[in-house]
Design a binder for this molecule. Structure first.
Ligand SMILES: [Zn+2]
Length: 299
């Protein structure tokens, strides 16, 4: 049965997928319907609440006290920097969309990249600009804010929050220098975890995640704008961490009660260990890492 709701990524037809409540932050009991695109495989939030802002409480970020503290709190920054270094020579211009409190971008600056950022949150922008001394544009619409010619544009678990993700891919493609690379990490709607857990999957994170975009849909959109895939995996360090969070977080959220929550968390850990070998293969990991490159010269 198809319905009236268009895919938030490609505009294609959708079918109902599941309902999900905000188990991660418990800011309401509302069950948010999600729909699945029959064209591209993306899973979209059916309707964005008018009061979406209240699902990003002030506690969503908390400001670090120093640049060192910003780096220290981001335990993904080091392996993400290794990923970038494997794809983009140091010294290049690197733009991060959605850096939050800037741990990664500060580390990239220290590694020799010429860094800048686009960020939605005003307090994060003030920290990045005033404490880190990194140029930042405050905007909730990176597609409109993107400019310049960058050797790398990175989005770490950001594209699922955007209202116009395909337009953002197009704008990023236009803002890449020849030979430049767009790198995206995002929750994987092709994952084993989504198939098993549905709306209880911690990475659905309703209603903050507007679309869980299929990786091949991003590859196709990139191709329309001249980008070629150069790296794709669901089995790297980021995926491993997303797998762990997905099982542990999803099971723990089955109960709010302390002891039961702990038992559920342990059950999640047992499942995680049992299925780890399966999740590492066949594109089934909880998140994907995707790198798309603009050719050095027009072909
Ligand atoms: Zn679609």
């Amino acid at each position: 049965m198809t319905n009236e709701i268009a895919c938030r990524f490609c505009g294609g037809p959708t079918v109902p997928a599941f309902d999900a409540v905000d188990r991660n932050h418990r800011l309401s009991d509302h069950a948010f319907p999600y729909v699945a695109c029959t064209a591209c495989g993306t899973v979209s939030l059916a309707e964005v609440p008018d009061d979406l802002g209240r699902y990003y409480p002030a506690s969503y970020y908390g400001m670090p006290e120093s640049p060192d503290a910003a780096v220290a709190r981001d335990d993904n920054a080091a392996h993400r920097l290794e990923l970038v270094r494997s794809l983009v020579p140091a010294g290049g211009s690197l733009l991060e969309i959605g850096p939050a409190t800037g741990g990664f971008i500060e580390l990239a600056r220290r590694a020799g990249y010429d860094v800048s950022a686009i960020e939605l949150d005003a307090a994060c922008c003030a920290f990045i600009s005033d404490v880190l001394g990194i140029p930042v544009t405050q905007s909730d619409d990176p597609a409109a804010a993107l400019s310049g010619q960058h050797d790398a544009i990175v989005m770490w678990h950001v594209i699922e929050h955007l209202s116009n993700p395909a337009a953002t891919i197009a704008a990023a493609a236009a803002a890449l220098a020849p030979g430049g690379t767009l790198i995206v990490i995002a929750p994987n709607p092709r994952s084993l975890q989504l198939r098993v857990l549905g709306g209880r999957w911690a990475h659905v994170d309703p209603p903050r995640h507007l679309a869980l975009i299929a990786p091949e849909a991003i590859v196709a959109e990139g191709a329309r704008h001249g980008l070629q895939p150069v790296h794709q995996t669901t089995a790297d360090e980021d995926a491993r961490r997303s797998n762990n969070f997905g099982w542990a977080g999803s099971f723990a959220s089955f109960s709010t009660n302390g002891p039961a929550r702990k038992v559920a968390g342990l059950a999640g850990e047992a499942v995680r260990l049992a299925v780890a070998p399966i999740e590492r293969r066949g594109g089934r990991g909880a998140s994907y890492t995707l790198a798309l490159r603009r050719p050095s010269s027009p072909s």
